[in-house]
Design a protein around this ligand. Sequence first.
Ligand SMILES: Nc1ncnc2c1ncn2[C@@H]1O[C@H](COP(=O)(O)OP(=O)(O)OP(=O)(O)O)[C@@H](O)[C@H]1O
Ligand SMILES: [Mg+2]
Length: 241
Amino acid sequence: MAALEIAGLRKEFGGVIALAGVDISIESDKIVGIIGPNGSGKTTLFNVVAGVHKPTAGRVTWQGKDITGKSAYRIARAGLVRTFQQAMSYPGLSVRENVRIACEHGRRREHGSKQKWSSPEEILDFVGLRGLEDALAGSMPFGNLRRLGVAVALGANPILLLLDEPAAGLNDSETSELSQLILQFPKLGIGICLIDHDMYLMGTLCERLVVLNFGTKIAEGPPDLVLNDPKVAEVYLGGEI
Ligand SMILES: Nc1ncnc2c1ncn2[C@@H]1O[C@H](COP(=O)(O)OP(=O)(O)OP(=O)(O)O)[C@@H](O)[C@H]1O
Ligand SMILES: [Mg+2]
């Protein structure tokens, strides 16, 4: 059984139907991608799954337990952790402090798993921020801030990490470094569910893609099939991806 089961998930904001009843299963040992045009409901899906918003209808099951409408804090402590489209951290604190705080609030032994990392420094090393532990988070350039966002998410000790556009605003070499980093996660026992508009990145990183359009799932499967599906090309400006 997949770790995350999303069934009939619906989210309305006033008159806007952001999710129109979506069914998706996501494993926690793979990199699964969510694609779709702007406004198709991708971020809303993450927000509802991670407890930022309550769904209008439907059910979210995590490791066999119903977590629908539970708080973001409780969901994160159960190992389902999201990052934000905008890099977020405590800008006035050091890089090390940002990760230390995340480690203190992350998944604990009561959820049957011990912290994979022995220290914030080990995480910073892994994401390529070694030597910058004492830098002020707010003084870091954008690419490093993104790495810090990943380090903070790792500090929470996730089983499945929801990454919303981690490569947005990065240049080509930063994007390729980030994808090398993301590729390591399944080896560490961390599943990834990834949103991004960069189809090359998604096609390279993801084992499976799910496509949303107007809050509805219109396709899913291996990237080579999905990205060549005429239905999918159609929703991207009615042409080729
Ligand atoms: N908090 C909110 N209040 C009102 N409407 C919202 C809210 N969040 C999302 N929406 C609306 O829900 C729809 C889906 O938005 P969402 O942000 O999930 O799309 P997205 O697929 O992540 O788009 P993008 O690729 O641009 O990030 C849009 O019409 C959006 O305007
Ligand atoms: Mg979005």
